[in-house]
Design a protein around this ligand. Sequence first.
Ligand code: ZN
Length: 657
Amino acid sequence: MHVTAKLDSPSSARGSTARLSRPVVPARGSRRGVGIGELTLTGGFWGTLQDTNAAATLEHCLEWMERLGWLDNFDAVAEGRTGGQRPGWQFSDSEIYKLMEALAWEHGRTGEPGIEALLERLTARVAAAQDEDGYLNTCFGHAGQPPRYSDLERGHELYCTGHLLQAAVARLRTAGEDELVAVARRAADHVHREFGPGGREGICGHPEIEVGLAEFGRATGEDRYVELAHLFVERRGRGLLTPIPLLSSAYFQDDVPVREAGVWRGHAVRALYLAAGALDTAVDLADDELATAVAEQWQRSVERRTYLTGGMGSRHQDEGFGEDWELPADRAYCETCAGIASVMVSWRLYLATGEVRYADLIERTLYNVVATSPRSDGRAFFYANPLQQREPGSDVPQDAENSRAEGGVRAPWFDVSCCPTNVARTLASLQAYSAAVEGDTLTLMQYAAGEVAVELDAGGQLRLDVETAYPDDGTVDLTVLDAPGRAVRLRLRVPSWAEGATLTRGDGPATEAAPGWLDVDALRTGERLRLVLPMTPRLTWPDPRIDALRGSVAVERGPLVMCLESTDLAAAVDLADVRIDPGVPLQPGPDGTVLAGGWVVSGEDTPGALPYRSGSPGRPRPARPVDLVLVPYHQWAERGPAQMRVFLPVHAETEEQ
Ligand SMILES: [Zn+2]
């Protein structure tokens, strides 16, 4: 991977206004993501999710954390009430910080005074719990608590600080210096004194301080924070952490130095947060070897360790990546946070390289992991996102924390509740991952109804109106509302699945647009463009090396992975008995569904016998045809508990009547 283009050009980010504020601002490189005020989502798929996040999810997260005492933990430290039974896990502080980050982006996006007032109230409670030397944690270091940094493997202190820094980045970039930023500075300085050059040779069991320090360094102009992030990355993989019983050092990526690792392994969220932070430091410090290592890890992990949804992580015991090709549908873990972290890494790799494949994976992951987590009312969430649900969910409480990550219906809150606040901060800043500016080029990567109005690097504004019902419909109408009087370019992403896409410019003919980047040069004010992405449903076959999926096929439509729910089957039909017939053409159905043909094959139990047979692989069994209705995977379980599967067994000759 090359990150050398215009390496010495100063980033346009420092000193930026709220309009231009965004989560990721590399110090070097020629591309910049759009600011949250440069792209406005109006309704549509993502606009609706973002509005629901603002109207329901932020308040929902606050209510739960008050109710469970996670916020009171800060008051307890401030008031000297520590030492009793402390509610929440040792990392619960981070959930408050992720909510604060979400509030900061939301206020930056809308200017809503109520949001800012809430953020200021939370800041005051957090600030009151900070020790004089900058240390800030409600679980360690106070009367009746374990000493500071006495359990780096499990304590999550630096992890929590990393999320505090990310919240402060959002605040600094959208509103400037304030108490939250001051608290974060004191915390970062404390970490620098404690773990910086000449200090304690330690790392945190859960990476996050790296990506937090790197971005806080960028936002404040303090290079020493970026350098400390790099130091944390370099220390990893050298056995500084004592392995947790039953888990190897790969669980927290302490088995191999980051620049020597060839693939992501261990706990997926940890691996991906670490990769994001490693790439940030590699770009800013011109460490091309480290940047290349992260890009190669992305490639190998995407090729062999990633689900069709973009989900990552197939092992429940360690919430981790499996081996190559270990991608079972029913035991897919695919934590929502891992999907978000994957978007974080891919976005950084896009900024560093300009390669379209990173934006392709972002689209796949946003529609099929991130959008799957929140219920349509924004008040319940999936933590794990399996591709098959064998039994309808029945044991997920709707008025208490879900003690498990799994469950066939969305839960309002979890015992370990990392995902809801992660969804909140991501949706509040979503448009920042949709488009980028490079010189006189605006690159539009994700298609959503709204308006784009960017400042070009050489001056002047490029303003576009985007009208689309994507992904329900594949037509994207673009109108150039305002363009400078010189030749400027619009670069459109034609997704990798979109064979047969076309572009029409004004009244001209429709021309074929191959997957990849599509450049439209010399934009003129007032002109219209129409991009048509083919939304014809398609069959998607797994690599035969994925043992658990052999003999099955999935259905996709545009960027959406589809699934079959028992809700859409007759009551007498068991989803386990359904086969798809790939010889029956797929048809678009009403409300974004896809219609397919299939067979119901009678199950056959032999009392007391193992479910295996010797001799022939099977014998003809009675089958009857069935019409199948598939819905977008992100909608599954919205109509109540259901069996569900993405990969459907293909009707086999041996089962035919
Ligand atoms: Zn999570």
